[in-house]
Design a protein around this ligand. Structure first.
Ligand SMILES: *Cc1c(COP(=O)(O)O)cnc(C)c1O
Length: 386
């Protein structure tokens, strides 16, 4: 179908929650996408932080095909090998406790919020300014952004917003706190890394109050920052993390991963989801997790991230670059619109990037991105400059 035909269908039949760009993608491979006319794009957003292994990674595709031809669904009242193996691999890769599988980032955070409330009944969840944890009611209540929350009030009670200062976190956490939930690098907020001092303050406040520290690694995990999980670089170990986005190598899946202490906090009947731990998504995730755990790939992420940041800093319209590894934010000089730049990058230079605010860009290429693809992306951006 042509783009115009799709747009007509959208106008007629699609609830208009998304502002789509006028591009139709029909195929992807590695860092590249193609539209229906056969034009090639560089995907420096990796879907939306999902294709860390690249589009249609041959090993992920093979695992999906194999599993899809064998068994696509049974309920969680029975055993399947992919779900058990993935849970073990995820726990072993991080906090060593146990795993609840689900289908998305918001759902992973919902599970984390329920875990926190099981840990301390009726307790408050402390979240940080500029956070993003998802769009379902619990996750939305943990996302202190006026435009996203206000139309949908009343929200879930018991969420407390703290400013991103150690003293503010310290003051917000007390005997009635169940959990502090935070992203080690705030992704949707504009690629805003939290400093170690802040994370340490959160750890200490939780320890003092008997609350649990949960890192939302939905965007920062799966190798994005140069280690499998971002917390590994912070010097702070959380009590639980959530994962999704890149976990399934392109398929929808999420996970709550706990440390030993919280491994049996949720009990039979406390939580469930029909599709959670589905064999096809888990088979894909097992491969994606193995690829993203490769130390050579992780070293590559750090090297490519440094090359990318250094090249971006040379662009005349880039004021500063933030982030870690291949989670990259660029603050633009006053007068440069990030939204306009992202739009022109797509339509004029066939470069897929994203604006997280009026003056900041977010770029997250697949982790397999090469030096020449980084250089090509920066050259394309450079051609848009003043
Ligand atoms: C994208 C994102 C979510 C929400 O994930 P969905 O799969 O869209 O529900 C939650 N937390 C963070 C940090 C994210 O980046």
């Amino acid at each position: 179908m042509s783009l115009e035909e799709l747009q007509a269908l959208e106008r007629r039949a699609v609830i208009p929650t998304y502002l789509r760009n006028p591009v139709q993608f029909v195929r992807g491979e590695g860092v590249r996408l193609w539209d229906e006319a056969g034009d090639e794009y560089l995907d420096f957003l990796a879907g939306i932080s999902v294709l860390n292994v690249g589009h249609c990674h041959p090993r992920v595709v093979a695992a999906i095909r194999e599993q899809a031809g064998r068994l696509t669904h049974v309920s969680n009242l029975y055993y399947t090998e992919p779900a058990m193996r993935l849970s073990a691999a995820l726990a072993e890769s991080s906090l060593g406790g146990k795993v609840f599988l689900c289908n998305s980032g918001a759902e992973a955070n919902e599970a984390a919020i329920k875990l926190a409330r099981r840990h301390r009944s009726g307790g408050e969840i402390v979240v940080l300014r500029d956070a993003f944890h998802g769009r379902t009611y619990g996750a939305l209540s943990a996302t202190p952004q006026e435009a996203k929350q206000a139309p949908f009030a009343p929200l879930v009670p018991g969420f407390v917003v703290a400013e991103k200062r150690p003293e503010a976190i310290d003051a917000a956490v007390g005997p009635s706190t169940a959990a502090v939930l935070l992203e080690p690098i705030q992704g949707e907020g504009g690629v805003l890394p939290l400093d170690e001092e802040l994370l340490r303050a959160a750890r200490e406040a939780c320890d003092r109050a008997g609350a649990v520290l949960i890192f939302d690694e939905v965007q920062t995990g799966m190798g994005r920052t140069g280690t499998l999980w971002a917390y590994e670089q912070t010097g702070v170990v959380p009590d639980a993390i959530t994962s999704a986005k890149a976990l399934g190598g392109g398929l929808p899946i999420g996970a709550l991963i706990t440390g030993q202490r919280l491994a049996d906090t949720l009990q039979p009947g406390d939580h469930a989801s029909t599709f959670a731990g589905g064999p096809v998504a888990c088979a894909a995730a097992l491969v994606a997790l193995e690829i993203c755990s490769d130390p050579q790939l992780l070293a590559h992420v750090t090297a490519m991230g440094e090359r990318f940041a250094a090249a971006l800093e040379e662009l005349p319209f880039v004021a500063s670059v933030r982030g870690r590894g291949l989670l990259v934010g660029a603050e633009l000089t006053p007068g440069t619109s990030a939204i306009e730049l992202a739009r022109r990058a797509l339509l004029e230079e066939r470069l897929v990037i994203n604006a997280t605010g009026p003056s900041s860009l977010r770029m997250e290429p697949p982790l397999i991105v090469t030096e020449s693809e980084i250089d090509e992306a920066v050259a394309r951006l450079g051609r848009l400059g003043p």
